[in-house]
Design a binder for this molecule. Structure first.
Ligand code: FES
Length: 115
């Protein structure tokens, strides 16, 4: 006997943004995106995506992305671009340039320094 079930496929996004929301105490040695203002920046991005009518852009808050002291961080897929946006203007630029026009915002791309 087959237990076949039909599911409706979810909408496929043109872009999907994952923004770290992990919150640690401000004095924690790993730091955290939450302690660096991630909540307000995520709220800004969510509202900007909606205000621009970008219905084909997904936005999801996420757990730790692994580079906590560099936060606040977000990743835009399918491009795999990691951004460190620290101000509302940074967020607006990512929305208008990358998410709306498909142009990466190079000045905000996270760069890891090698030791
Ligand atoms: S807390 Fe955001 S990357 Fe770890």
């Amino acid at each position: 006997m087959s237990a076949e079930t039909e599911f409706e496929l979810p909408q496929l996004y043109r872009y999907h943004v994952f923004a770290c929301h992990t919150q640690r105490p401000p004095t924690h040695p790993h730091g955290s995106c939450g302690a660096s203002g991630a909540q307000a920046l995520s709220d800004r991005m969510s509202k900007a995506i909606e205000a621009q009518g970008l219905n084909d852009v997904g936005f999801t808050t996420a757990g730790c992305l692994g580079f906590c002291n560099a936060g606040p961080l977000m990743v835009v897929y399918p491009d795999g671009v990691w951004y460190r946006a620290t101000t509302p203007d940074d967020v607006d630029e990512i929305v208008m340039s990358h998410l709306k026009e498909g142009k990466r915002v190079d000045r905000l791309v996270m760069v890891l320094k090698r030791s």
